[in-house]
Design a protein around this ligand. Structure first.
Ligand code: TYD
Length: 204
């Protein structure tokens, strides 16, 4: 694979979607072929399933079933969008990837991490991000930034998001070189500057 695969991660409300968009714009301006995409979603089928997964009417969905749904929609996204774009030499910027499943379903829902890794290895193969930007901040502050009606995941209680945040930190400890961990409370332009610098280093 010739492209560059950059993933944004963090609990809800940390501002990763904003930063993913800013990065995409900056790279397009510099002339890079960029694909900005997200999980769950990224394809017409994937976006339909996203609507279901985030619908509060599905509250109470069995955690293992939830893990399979996220992995299933990931298989669609990897096959249709991510792999072809990377093979084409593009910079793929993805809002959430496998780490979201490990953090939310593994640490948040407390499912077995090894099993989640197996399910996701089937869905995503050996595909690993070249760089994962983790926006970190206390869950209470991140959730306080959310606007609009809470989706199915956002309806979870604070302790769920505390576990997810803790989970992300455990993932970083396992493989620190893959991550850029930044404080989501920094000014958004400062965050953007640091992210762009790290990405440009990897683009050579
Ligand atoms: P998110 O990407 O944060 O979208 P928005 O910013 O529009 O709310 O929403 C996706 C939700 O799905 C988020 O709460 C995290 C959750 N999620 C998982 O639990 N597991 C996964 O594997 C993925 C990709 C997302």
């Amino acid at each position: 694979m010739k492209g560059l695969f950059i993933v944004f991660e963090g609990i809800d409300g940390t501002g990763k979607t904003t930063q993913a968009r800013l990065l995409a714009k900056a790279l397009v301006r510099r002339g890079y072929p960029v694909v900005l995409t997200r999980e769950p979603g990224g394809t017409p089928v994937g976006e339909k399933i996203r609507g279901l997964l985030l619908n509060p009417e599905l509250a109470g969905l069995d955690p293992l079933a939830e893990a399979f749904f996220y992995a299933g929609v990931r298989a669609e996204h990897v096959a249709r969008i991510v792999r072809p774009a990377l093979a084409d030499g593009r910079v793929v910027i993805c809002d959430r990837f496998v780490d979201s499943s490990l953090a939310y379903q593994g640490y948040g829902r407390q499912l077995d991490l090894g099993q989640l890794e197996q399910i996701n290895a089937l869905a995503a193969g050996r595909l690993t991000p070249d760089l994962t930007v983790l926006l970190d901040m206390p869950a209470a502050e991140a959730l306080a930034r959310l606007t609009g009606r809470a989706d199915r995941m956002e309806q979870e209680k604070l302790d769920f998001f505390d576990r997810v945040r803790w989970g992300y930190r455990q993932l970083v400890n396992r493989e620190p070189r893959r991550y850029l961990v930044l404080d989501g409370r920094l000014d958004f332009q400062e965050l953007h500057r640091q992210i762009l610098k790290a990405v440009e280093e990897r683009l050579g």
